[in-house]
Structure formats: C-alpha cells, structure tokens
Design a protein around this ligand. Sequence first.
Ligand SMILES: Cc1cc2nc3c(=O)[nH]c(=O)nc-3n(C[C@H](O)[C@H](O)[C@H](O)COP(=O)(O)OP(=O)(O)OC[C@H]3O[C@@H](n4cnc5c(N)ncnc54)[C@H](O)[C@@H]3O)c2cc1C
Length: 417
Amino acid sequence: MKILVLGSGIVGVTAAHFLARDGHEVHVIDRQALAANETSFSNAGMIAPGHAYPWSSPRAPKILWRSLFRGDTSLKLKPSLDPYMWMWCLKFLAQCTAEKAAANARNKVRLCAYSQESLQFLLDETPIDYHRVTGGAVYLYRDPALYEAGVKATKILTDNGVVLQPKTVDEAARIEPALESVKSQLAGVIYSPRDESGDCHLFANKLAQHCTEKRGVTFHWSTAIERIEASGDRVERVVTSKGAMTADAYVLATGSYAPIHARSIGISLPIYPVKGYAVTVPVDGRNRAPRLSGVDEQNLVAWSRLGDRLRLTATAEISGYGTDHKPGDFAHMLKTAQGLFPDGADFARPSYWAGLRPMTPEGTPILGPARYRNLWLNTGQGHMGWTMSFGSARIVADMIAGRKPAIDLTGLTYANA
Ligand SMILES: Cc1cc2nc3c(=O)[nH]c(=O)nc-3n(C[C@H](O)[C@H](O)[C@H](O)COP(=O)(O)OP(=O)(O)OC[C@H]3O[C@@H](n4cnc5c(N)ncnc54)[C@H](O)[C@@H]3O)c2cc1C
C-alpha cells in the first residue's frame, strides 16, 4: 500500500520504519525541516519502564488544586478559556481513582516493556549510534519518609513485572559514582536496572536517514498539514501547504496536534498538551558527570547523559499550546542539578527549551483504526513517548498488515473514535 504518515516526531519516524519494513510505500509529512523537531526534540531521554507511574493517581486532584495557588507543584494547571482544556481535565480527574491508576499502570507497563524489546529488535537490524546508555536508572530520595513511601509505591509497577531495587546510598554510589559526593543529601535510592537512555532527536534523524536511503521512504519536509478530508468511510486526502496528498492508508502521528487534525474529520481525541521544560548543558570532558539517567524525586528533576551533554527536564503544566519560556523557568532545575553534580557540567552555558507532551487522561496512547477504513491512530504517548514509540509503531504496523499485535491491547485502543 501507499501509506501517508502524518508527523515525523519519534512516533511518526518509528511508524514509518516498521511500515516500510513491511514493504509498504511510505511517505511522511511534517511542517518542520527535519525529524523530531517539536516535542521529540529535547526530552529527558529516558527509556524507563521503571518510571511508568500513571500521572492520574488518587493524589493528582489535590496537587492540581494546590497548583492554582502556588508555583511549586509537580503538576500545574494554568486555567484558560479553552473548552478542550476543561474537558480534558474532567476526563483526567475521572481516571484518578486507585482502581483506574492500577489499570492504567498495568497497560502502560505492558506497552513500555514491549516497546523496549522492540527498540532492541530495531537496533539488532539497524544499528544506530544515539548516545545510548544501558545499565539502569537511579531514582533519588532525600527524605526518609518519602523514600519509604516511594519504595511502597513501586508495587504498582513491580506487580506488573518491572524490576525495581531499593538501595542504600552507599550501594547507589557504587552503581552511579557521580552520587559519591552527595551521599549525605540522600535518604535512599530506587535502582531500576533495565532502564536506559539516549538522544531521541538524534535517533529519529538517523532512523529517518536510514528509512530514506535503505527503505525508500519519502519525507516531505516543511509541509504543513492544513486539514484532512474524508467522505463516506474513507479518508480521501490530506490538504497541505504544498497541495493535496493522497494514499491508500493514513497514520495520524502529529502528537499534541492530532486532536486538532482529527477534529476536521469528526473524530474527538482525548489528548491535550502538557508542557515540560528542558535545559541542556555541556559536560565538556568533566569526569564527575553522571553516566546513568535518573530523577531527583523530591525536586522532580530528571536528567540524562547524552554524549558530552547533560539534559535536565522538569514540570508538567496544563497551560495550552504555548511553548514560550524564560530563563527563570529553568532556575530550579539548574540549581538541583548543580547541587547533585557540582562538577558534572558547565552550568553557565545552558540551552533552554519547552515542549508539549501529547497526554491522554490515562497516560497510555491511542493506537489503531478510527472511524474510517483507511485511517490509523498512533498518538497520545504523553510523558513517555520516547519509551513507547517503538512498540506503538510495531503494533500499528501489525494491525495494518492484518497481523495480531504481540501484546494485549486493552486500554490502548480508543473505542469512541
Ligand atoms: C520535558 C519533557 C521530557 C520528556 N521526557 C521523556 C523521557 O524521558 N522519556 C520518554 O519516553 N518520553 C519523554 N517525554 C515525552 C516524549 O518526548 C513525547 O511523548 C514524544 O516526543 C511525542 O512524540 P510525537 O512524535 O508524538 O510528537 P512530536 O515529537 O511533537 O511529533 C509530532 C510531529 O507532528 C508535526 N506536526 C504537528 N502539526 C503539524 C502540521 N499541522 N503539519 C505538519 N506537521 C505537523 C510536528 O512538526 C512534529 O514533528 C518528555 C517530554 C517532555 C516535554
């Protein structure tokens, strides 16, 4: 078939790869001039089934409410008049029960694990150098009570097969020597031996190049999707800034913009952007930089080592589609990282960025067919889209080929679409 993939973030590029591998003629459209130039540009780089906790937890409503009055919460709501924000928030709140959180964690872990396996499958066939770091991730706790609660909370993931190991600070410093000088600040560490990290932007661009050169995929760069047109039970064409494009099948992978594109053909997708901030600093050969990725669970700052750079990310802000930022937005992240790894990077040379996670209320993506016979959804990977992209791509390619996907899809398809 001729298949048009809409969007070349990490989700669109991995989809193009697995579709081309099946022998389809694949075209990819993106308004950017290269792959992964929006949300997939500067994420925390973590491939982390060990951190697949659902955001819609019983604690989340209180955190959102507090965020209206103070600025230091992990999840922030900045109310606007956008009705889609409110509809999404209501759906998110409906997921915040213990039962729903457990079900969402189960679905998420299943996809994360399959996706990590699919990444290895892809790399075995197509070696790509993208500053991959295997060997685990470390989740740091500064307060003994929070550490104890953190260890207890691992049950929701360990019950679903994730390996998470509580470690003393001495043990943790043997696993990640960069923690040696801050042992006195820590109460305990949860080590996730199977987690890994890498540069999502670099990976997506190298895979796009491979797809072009070896699998005949055509990328239509700097081509903006204006609308999708459908009639009867088929999508007829995609109207772009460079004219109409047609195909036998279409895969919608435009991240946070997917609900806007889907709306043009009468499909309502429960996806809303959740803004996050990232700052990248050069390591410049310093030997006290961390090797493993991790999260400071008290300050909610994630980091990963991307070759000779250190990436820091934080914040989940429900504030609409803006990606504006100012240096003050990154002060907390830089202070936290400087405290943890004082001689780990040149913190005086930051590159700032903000992006929009395409979040569903459940935290799991929407995969599969939707209303029209030739339309497939692959979107809504939210705060773990780098981790979940490989499995999502493979599942959608399996569905298009009429093969049974390798994992149970409960909670991953969207019946109302
Ligand atoms: C701060 C932060 C930290 C994160 N950390 C992690 C992490 O450590 N691990 C992890 O697994 N995930 C992480 N994520 C999540 C992950 O980055 C996202 O889930 C993922 O990048 C989403 O990929 P995507 O391809 O769906 O979206 P995008 O990368 O946004 O791709 C969508 C594409 O669609 C294109 N597009 C949109 N509209 C149009 C249009 N009208 N015309 C043409 N093209 C269009 C865009 O140009 C873009 O290229 C993080 C996210 C943030 C913001």
